[in-house]
Design a protein around this ligand. Structure first.
Ligand code: 5AD
Ligand code: SF4
Length: 450
C-alpha cells in the first residue's frame, strides 16, 4: 500500500487548507499540493483556522512576506493546543534557504514538517507519519532539482490558466534570493507543455499565461534547438488556445526574434511585463542586471514601434544600497518616458546570503518610504493615462466571468486591461467581444458591445 492509499483509509472527515504567499509560481505549486491532498481523500476548506491540516506555502523574496508567515504560524499554535489542528506543514521558498528549515522547526514546536519548493509528492508520506506517529521532520532533500512531471496541478479550468514552462534562475541579481531557493533554470519539455494546454482547452480554458522566472531563456540546455519564440509558435500550431500571455521577461534576454513574434502572432497578447528594477545605469550595474538605462529605453521604444498598441508593465525597487537622489531621479525618468500601464513597486529588502546584503551604503528606511511614495504617485498618473487612451475606442475583450459582485460581465483586453460591460447582456465566459469604451472607473474600462 502506498502512502496515498494509507491516507485514504484515515482521511475521512478531515479538512485541509493551503495558504499561499508570493508569486504565481507559488500559486501553481499550491495547485499541485491541492491535487495531491484531494487524491488522499482530504476535503479542502478555505480557512486555515478551521482546517485539520494546515499547509503554508511561503515566499522569501522580501522581508514582509516572511513576517506574514511568522504571524500565521504563531496564530496556529492555539489551534494545535485545542486539538483542531492535527498537522501544520510549512513549505516553499522560505524553508529552502540555507539552514532555515531546521531553525524554524526548533523555534516553532507547532510546526510538524518543513518541505521545499515543488515538494508536493512528499506530502502523503509526511502527513501519514504526522497523523499516525506524530513524527516531526524537515526534509529539503529533493527540492529544486527536477520538474516533477507527475505532479499535476489541481485545475479550476478557468478561462485564463497558468502553465509553468520553466523554473529556477541563473541570473543572480544581487538583491534577489530566488536563484538560491529555486535553483538553476530548468525548462519543461514542449510535449508536456502542449499536453497540458490541450487538456486545459478541452475543459474550456481559452487563455494561458506561460510562467517562468525568465521565460526568455526557455529551452537552454535542450538537445533540439527550440527557444521561447519557437515554443509560442508550437503552441499556436498545436493547441486551440485563443490567447497567449507570459511572465516574466528579463530585458537582457528579450531577443529581436521574440519582438517579431509578439508583433506578428495574433494569439500573443500585446502586453509585456518587463521589470526594469532601477533607472540608474550605476545601480543596474550594482544589481547585476546586464543592461543600462539606455539599453532598456531603446528596448521599450523598439517594442512600441514594432508591436504598435502594446502596454508595458514593470517591477521597480527603490532604495537599493548606494541609491542616491540622482539615481532615483533616473528611475522616475524611466517611468515618465516608458509610461507603464502598471507597476509593482517595492522598497529594497535585505535578503541574507545575497551580494547586496553586505554592500555598503544601505539606504535609510525613511528615504526608501519617501521614494516609494513619489514613485507610486507618478505611476498612478500613467496607470490612469493608459486607461484613458482607450476612451471612445473599440477593444477586443475575452470574457472571464459573467457574474461578479459589482458588474455583470468582466474580461480583459489583449493589453491586460480590465473591462466591464455597462449593462446586462447575454454573453458567456470565453466569448471574444468587441466593446466600445465610454467610461473609465478606477482603472477599469467600461463600455458596451458593438
Ligand atoms: N527587495 C525588494 N524587492 C525585491 N524583489 C526581488 N528581490 C527583492 C528585494 N530583495 C522584487 C523585484 C522582482 C520582484 C518579483 O520582487 O522587483 O522583480
Ligand atoms: Fe531574481 Fe533576477 Fe532571477 Fe528575477 S532574474 S528571479 S530578479 S535573480
Amino acid at each position: 500500500m502506498n502512502y496515498i492509499e494509507k491516507l485514504i483509509d484515515i482521511s475521512e472527515g478531515l479538512t485541509y487548507s493551503v495558504k499561499t504567499y508570493g508569486c504565481q509560481m507559488n500559486v501553481n505549486d499550491s495547485m499541485k499540493i491541492m491535487a495531491v491532498m484531494n487524491e488522499c481523500g482530504f476535503h479542502y476548506t478555505e480557512s486555515v483556522y478551521e482546517s485539520n491540516i494546515a499547509i503554508i506555502n511561503t515566499c522569501c523574496v522580501r522581508e514582509n512576506a516572511e513576517n506574514k508567515v511568522h504571524g500565521l504560524v504563531g496564530n496556529i499554535k492555539k489551534l494545535k493546543e485545542s486539538g483542531r489542528n492535527k498537522a501544520l506543514i510549512v513549505l516553499g521558498c522560505m524553508m529552502q534557504q540555507e539552514g532555515y528549515a531546521e531553525e524554524f522547526m526548533s523555534r516553532y514546536s507547532q510546526v510538524d514538517a518543513a518541505l521545499g519548493t515543488s515538494d508536493s509528492a512528499k506530502l502523503p508520506e509526511t502527513i501519514y507519519k504526522i497523523l499516525t506517529n506524530s513524527e516531526r521532520a524537515a526534509d529539503l532533500s529533493s527540492a529544486t532539482k527536477e520538474i516533477d512531471e507527475n505532479a499535476r496541478p489541481f485545475r479550476h479550468y478557468r478561462i485564463s490558466e497558468f502553465v509553468t514552462i520553466m523554473t529556477g534562475c541563473n541570473n543572480f541579481c544581487t538583491y534577489c534570493v530566488v536563484p538560491y531557493v529555486r535553483g538553476r533554470e530548468r525548462s519543461r519539455e514542449p510535449k508536456d507543455i502542449i499536453y497540458e494546454i490541450n487538456e486545459l482547452t478541452a475543459h474550456g480554458t481559452r487563455e494561458i499565461v506561460l510562467l517562468g522566472q525568465n521565460v526568455n531563456s526557455y529551452g537552454k540546455g535542450f538537445d533540439e534547438k527550440l527557444d521561447f519564440s519557437d515554443l509560442i509558435q508550437k503552441i499556436s500550431d498545436e493547441t486551440d488556445v485563443k490567447r497567449i500571455r507570459y511572465m516574466t521577461s528579463h530585458p537582457k534576454d528579450l531577443s529581436p526574434k521574440l519582438i517579431d513574434t509578439i508583433a506578428e502572432n495574433p494569439l500573443v497578447c500585446k502586453h509585456i511585463h518587463l521589470p526594469v528594477q532601477s533607472g540608474s545605469t550605476k545601480i543596474l550595474k550594482q544589481m547585476n542586471r546586464g543592461y543600462t538605462k539606455d539599453d532598456y529605453l531603446k528596448l521599450c521604444d523598439n517594442l512600441k514601434s514594432k508591436v504598435g498598441d502594446i502596454i508595458l508593465s514593470t517591477d521597480i525597487i527603490v532604495g537599493f544600497p548606494g541609491e542616491t537622489d540622482e539615481d532615483f531621479k533616473d528611475t522616475l525618468d524611466v517611468v515618465s518616458r516608458v509610461q507603464y500601464g502598471s507597476a509593482f513597486m517595492f522598497k529594497y529588502s535585505i535578503r541574507t546570503g545575497t551580494k547586496a546584503a553586505s554592500m555598503a551604503d544601505q539606504v535609510d528606511e525613511d528615504i526608501k518610504s519617501d521614494r516609494l511614495q513619489q514613485l507610486l504617485t507618478l505611476q498612478e498618473k500613467y496607470t490612469k493615462k493608459t486607461a484613458e487612451r482607450y476612451l471612445d475606442k473599440t477593444v477586443e475583450v475575452l470574457v472571464e466571468s459573467t457574474h461578479t459582485e459589482h458588474r455583470n460581465v468582466v474580461g480583459k483586453t489583449s493589453q491586460n486591461l480590465s473591462v466591464a460591460l455597462e449593462s446586462e447582456c447575454q454573453v458567456q465566459a470565453g466569448d471574444l467581444l468587441n466593446v466600445k469604451i465610454n467610461e473609465i472607473k478606477t482603472h477599469t474600462l467600461i463600455g458596451k458591445i458593438i
